[in-house]
Design a protein around this ligand. Structure first.
Ligand SMILES: [Zn+2]
Length: 496
């Protein structure tokens, strides 16, 4: 048998269509823009197909052709030129480098570009046009994405991360390569089945009831003959697109009836959990009160909705203002995005004391800029944090101190994934009473190791958290919680 040839590439970002932060090619360069062969050995969430693919090709004696890997941290709309430019660059690599026996792509699935509500559907369709109907196209997805009919019809297998935090991204890339290998060998013929539970919610999987749901899904995937992969697309409620919502995907070995039945089971179970899966959300005052009353330390407070990982600016100051007004000490904030303030801190130098305005410059309802005399404690060029096996850049950054309050200022927008964001600046998390992080849930695993108490705080209105009041123009109106019904199949009755 001749040596199989595979192509892999990554085109990924998550678009919060309500975010004021537009995305162009510079945003991809700031996060990850690796041309063929330039991808580092450590994977980024959506680019594990490349690093896993290298190992897979070596172990299985395949030829691997690496295309471009492009990932921009979540933000607002992607410019048309940027999307089309990256898309055409990868299509050209497939066209000139082919023919291939398999295409394995790392997508996110929640990109929205100027003029494109479904860029991934457009991209997959064009890839299909180039490779023809017979070549398997397998893609990994982030569960915070939109599953469109067009994507399903253009791909042979779609696999989403099962965990939120997405700690299983390497495992899912391995699933993608396994399915590609078995398909090319003629051992399986993957078919995608989808169930739509007609809902949208936020599903953290570290705690119940979602923990049990995911464990059950993993068990069914392993134990049901004919099932190649099971995934839940959680959906992404900050993306105003026509097919926004939660979906269940079953990939079977050419058994659409089995796929439909398992997807329906899982989707019905999810529907029963509607409204019961989100973390308890505190106001800023409540969160700080509870943290101060608590005996142990550090208490981690998640500024959960100003999460750059969800496309917001990550510069809201609502919680920081509350901490300043209370003259708290032993509290550290990681981080507030403000490239101009970082530039000023770097110019002033470590040890300098200066008057600084920072934060809350990007969007309404996120507090006001802080004006304060600060001490510059630490300046770092190209600062980083870890997330599992990957390294996440936070850009040039500074640690400033106002009284007993420490604030990390960063210049590349990034949520706080890991305690290394703090330790990189010499802050020992165990030595602080309170840590405040900008993240919805990805921070959880790392901070749970050091924090005896984790609190979720809803501060300001940086993000459209409630679909019932979000001014959607394109998203469906017949999904829970905008509209309730007794079961996903029941016809929608007139609104509540
Ligand atoms: Zn996600």
């Amino acid at each position: 048998m001749k040596t199989p040839r595979a192509f892999t590439a990554v085109l990924a970002t998550e678009t919060n269509t309500f975010s004021p932060i537009r995305v162009d090619i510079h945003a991809f360069k700031a996060s990850l823009l690796a041309r063929p062969g330039e991808h580092p050995e450590t994977p980024t969430l959506c680019s594990a197909v490349i690093t896993v693919g290298r190992r897979f090709a070596k172990d299985n004696g395949w030829d691997l052709v690496e295309g471009t890997a492009a990932w921009a941290d979540p933000a607002g709309l992607v410019s048309r030129q940027t999307y089309e430019g990256l898309r055409d660059e990868i299509l050209d690599q497939i066209e000139t480098g082919g023919p291939f026996d398999a295409i394995v792509l790392g997508l996110h699935g929640a990109m929205v570009a100027e003029g494109y509500d479904d860029p991934e559907g457009d991209f997959l369709e064009r890839v299909r046009d180039v490779v023809g109907a017979e070549v398997p196209i397998v893609a990994t997805l982030d569960p915070h994405s939109h599953l469109t009919q067009r994507r399903v019809s253009m791909a042979n297998a779609l696999i989403a991360f099962k965990e939120f935090p997405h700690t299983d991204f390497v495992d899912r890339a391995e699933d993608a390569w396994r399915i590609a290998r078995e398909t090319v060998a003629g051992d399986v013929k993957p078919v995608i089945s989808v169930f739509d539970p007609k809902m949208i919610d936020v599903f953290p999987t570290s705690t119940q009831p979602m923990r049990g749901f995911v464990d059950d899904m993993i068990r069914r995937e392993a134990e049901t003959p004919g099932i190649l992969s099971l995934s839940v697309i959680h959906g992404f409620l900050a993306g105003d697109v026509p097919e926004m919502g939660t979906k269940v995907i079953a990939v079977t070995d050419n058994d659409p009836a089995l796929g439909a039945s398992v997807a329906r089971d899982l989707g019905t179970a999810l529907f029963e959990l509607r409204g019961k899966v989100r973390s308890k959300e505190h106001s800023p005052a409540e969160a700080l009160d509870r943290a101060l009353e608590f005996e142990g330390a550090p208490v981690t407070i998640a500024d959960m909705w100003d999460n750059p990982g969800g496309g917001t600016a990550g510069d809201a100051t609502v919680l920081l203002r509350e901490a300043i007004d209370r003259k708290l000490d032993s509290i550290a904030f990681g981080s507030i995005w403000d490239p101009v303030a970082v530039q000023l801190c770097h110019a002033a130098g470590e040890g300098a004391t200066m008057q600084l305005r920072f934060g809350a410059k990007s969007a309404p309802n996120t507090g006001s800029p802080i004006d304060a005399e600060v001490q510059v404690i630490r300046n770092i060029r190209n600062a980083e944090q870890r997330f599992g096996d990957s390294i996440v850049p936070v850009g040039d950054a500074s640690l400033v101190k106002l009284g007993g309050i420490e604030v990390i200022l960063n210049s590349t927008r990034a949520q706080c994934f890991d305690t290394t964001l703090f330790t990189g600046f010499g802050i020992d998390p165990g030595q602080r009473k309170i840590l405040v992080v900008k993240s919805t849930n990805h921070f959880y695993r790392s901070f749970a190791l050091v924090s005896p108490l984790i609190l979720y705080c809803s501060a300001g209105l940086a993000y459209p958290t409630d679909p019932r009041i979000t001014p959607y123009k394109k998203a469906p109106r017949d999904i829970w919680p905008i509209l309730d019904r007794a079961s996903p199949e029941q016809a929608a009755s007139a609104g509540e």
